[in-house]
Design a protein around this ligand. Sequence first.
Ligand code: 5GP
Length: 197
Amino acid sequence: MAGGPDARSLEGGLTVLAGPTAVGKGTVSTYIRDNYPEVWLSVSATTRPPRPGEQDGVHYFFKSSDEFDQLIAEGEFLEWAVVHGHNRYGTLRSTVAKAVAEGKSVLLEIDLQGARQVKAAVPGARFVFLAPPTWDELVRRLVGRGTETVEEQQRRLETAKLELAAEPEFDHTIINDDVRRAADELVSLMGLTPHPR
Ligand code: 5GP
């Protein structure tokens, strides 16, 4: 479920960051959360259980499957998707709309399916693709983090190939060669000033 009658009013203040699995979207958005309070980072709803250290309302709004169904039924999502074949993740329309209406620079860090839904609903938003320096580096990051089984790694690498092919759908590409540099480039694209170090 994407869009809605008021979706176009989001144009202008909205930036979407997407990219292949394991490219480091989460690391870049965490860096932005920690270093750029002037960016309003959308907090998604998810049916995935919290990982150690994750707080409800900060990293995600953690929902049961029934609660997520209800949010869908109520039209609360600007976009939502099943990610990696397991859990559902979605962007809450009302919180994003409020932040954009308040003039904030809003960033959504979402998967490719979600980015496409936002593009259909809010074509004037800014779409940024985070790319790995090389394919080998993407493989190294996915295998190196050691959080997936070998079968799951293979499945995600297949997905990553398809995801990399989506780059031309985006307005800008940022190479994630260094988290801080990539985050600074993203902030610049959003019209904000990167902090001097
Ligand atoms: P993780 O479970 O590691 O926090 O996130 C897994 C994936 O879900 C990431 O690729 C992230 O971009 C994606 N994701 C997080 N929030 C959303 C959302 O609201 N919508 C969509 N479509 N994907 C999301």
